[in-house]
Ligand binder design. Sequence first.
Ligand code: GDP
Ligand code: MG
Length: 163
Amino acid sequence: MSFTLAIVGRPNVGKSTLFNRLVGRRLALVDDQPGVTRDLREGEARLGDLRFTVIDTAGLEDATDDSLQGRMRRLTERAVEMADICLFVIDARVGVTPVDEIFAEILRKKSAHVILAANKAEGRAAEAGLFEAYSLGLGEPLAISAEHGEGMSDLLSVLMPLA
Ligand code: GDP
Ligand code: MG
């Protein structure tokens, strides 16, 4: 059985880096509804023995502050509807921001399965942010580094029972 994982979170936390790591060159075609192509990327992911569909939420990067929240909410809700599991990514070097808290609230309401990941967790600079992540009320954060490939076996362990 396969499943769909949506990677959500505010801009610049490393969602696309993680998407690219999971998908590699196997980037699939995206939904061709107008507006969807630009904002949601879909690919076939491989992690250990698991094969699954992964969705990257983009399209927030060029939003101004006042348009960000609405777009973020719509896009995140759409990704959540398409997905069986949400991987909510924060930046462990920055810690929990007010925007992260808004995301956490959307996800607590909307998604059955949320995995919390604190990315950029390589090195000591991430320790405080990783600890802060517990305050989001989404369980124990996974410490990962999308750029360096760290924490991928932990991610696999969390996904396996849900697959
Ligand atoms: P997105 O906006 O959430 O899709 O974030 P991107 O994937 O575009 O990454 C934003 C920035 O964070 C880029 O400069 C990445 O190189 C950097 N980045 C992503 N993952 C990591 C990581 O694990 N560690 C560090 N130090 N930087 C990372
Ligand atoms: Mg991105």
